[in-house]
Design a protein around this ligand. Structure first.
Ligand SMILES: *Cc1c(COP(=O)(O)O)cnc(C)c1O
Length: 383
């Protein structure tokens, strides 16, 4: 049994990451893994996840910002790091000082970075982002020739070493005909850009296109790297979305909170703010020390969302509060202060998933996981 904290805590099974990496490798052939550890590795702890990934052969990380890259560098991580998003000009110096690779998110941006590098007589390492349909960041032009000219211009900037090129899929999770055609078209566009560059003697470097669903539904695309976030954490965005491959992932995060008070209320009495739950018979209520400020979505209120106590399913009742919530434990014997409530994970023979939380909160696991608050301690399951 693990040490437990008095209020609530997340338990992180860093060994499961190794297992999940092996499952990913079965799907992508020779393609290597760039571990996406942005947003504190979706709440799992970016440094510890990066170290667990490194132990399993991962030598490249993706983050969203220079701050996240510095966190890894300051923890002694020497592998390559790609910033997937925007770095403001006042932070450009970190890129060469800390050997961080920057995404070239537009032609103008690449030129600005090149001008900076010229001025300081440094070389900046970068990957060129090609926008093939996401319409977020990346080089895109309705006129294909202009687009190609822009990409060639990026590769010819003298103070930027363009070591790679990538694109991103907006609908790789959807197996529907239209979405599948869209994604396949993106892959074709990307491959055409690669071929055109090679034709004129430009080496595009390391190529990567797949996020988690790109891996699950498109398998081995023969790229150099793939970019899973969720998958190595052992979950998908939504377990009700059909996928083409059926890997055997182990969820890395579990979530627990303590029971603080148990009381019995009479028929007609209500629970919590707004009085939205009213007992129809004598009802035993356990108060749990986790709330929406810990990342338990308030949208779970009044949906009979199930958690586990003593290995048995029991519903949340009433509105979720900021630091607490209440559970109907009428059917469970001997519940007392200090008992452990499992909100995500296994207790006895029962399992509750992050997917059930995301479903009841009308969102996806990406958001639910990354919204687990900083104040929730992360316990290392390896001890
Ligand atoms: C976040 C992100 C990923 C990882 O997405 P998952 O669906 O979690 O695998 C990959 N590539 C880019 C560009 C991203 O922003």
């Amino acid at each position: 049994m693990l040490e437990s904290y008095s209020r609530c805590w997340a338990e992180i099974d860093y060994d499961a990451i190794g297992h999940n990496v092996k499952e990913i490798k079965k799907l992508v052939g020779e393609t290597k893994i760039m571990g996406i550890v942005k947003a504190n590795a979706y709440g799992h702890g970016s440094v510890k996840c990066a170290k667990a990934l490194e132990e399993n052969g991962v030598d490249f990380f993706g983050v969203s910002s220079v701050d996240e890259a510095l966190e890894l560098r300051n923890a002694g991580i020497e592998s390559s790091i790609l910033i997937l998003g925007y770095t403001p000009p006042e932070h450009f110096h970190y890129l060469h000082e800390k050997k961080i690779t920057q995404s070239l998110i537009s032609l103008d941006y690449a030129k600005r970075l090149n001008a900076y590098a010229k001025e300081h007589d440094v070389i900046i390492h970068a990957h060129c982002k090609v926008d093939t349909g996401m319409n977020r960041t990346g080089i895109q032009d309705q006129d294909q020739k202009k687009e190609m000219d822009s990409i060639i211009e990026v590769f010819s900037l003298t103070k930027i070493s363009v070591d790679g090129m990538f694109t991103h899929f907006p609908v790789s999770d959807d197996l529907g005909e239209e979405s599948a055609a869209f994604t396949k078209h993106q892959i074709e566009l990307f491959n055409e850009v690669v071929a055109s560059l090679k034709e004129i003697g430009i080496q595009p470097g390391i190529l990567h296109v797949q996020n988690s669903y790109g891996i699950l539904n498109y398998g081995d695309l023969g790229m150099d790297y793939c970019r899973p976030g969720l998958l190595y954490m052992g979950v998908t965005s939504d377990d009700s979305i059909p996928i083409l491959s059926q890997p055997n992932f182990i969820p890395v995060m579990s979530l627990y909170a303590n029971v603080s008070v148990v009381k019995t209320i009479k028929a007609g009495q209500t629970v919590g703010y707004g009085r939205h739950f009213m007992a129809t018979k004598p009802t035993k209520i356990a108060t749990i020390s986790i709330g929406y400020a810990d990342g338990l979505p308030r949208l779970l209120s009044n949906k009979n969302h199930e958690v586990l106590i003593h290995g048995k399913r029991c519903p949340l009742v009433g509105n979720i509060c900021m630091d607490q919530c209440m559970v109907d434990v009428t059917e469970i014997e001997d519940v007392k202060e200090g008992d452990i409530c499992c909100l995500v994970g296994r207790q006895g023979d029962e399992v509750v998933t992050i997917d059930s939380i995301s479903r009841d909160a009308h969102t996806i696991n990406n958001e639910t996981l990354s919204a687990i608050a900083a104040r929730v301690p992360r316990l290392d399951k390896r001890g």
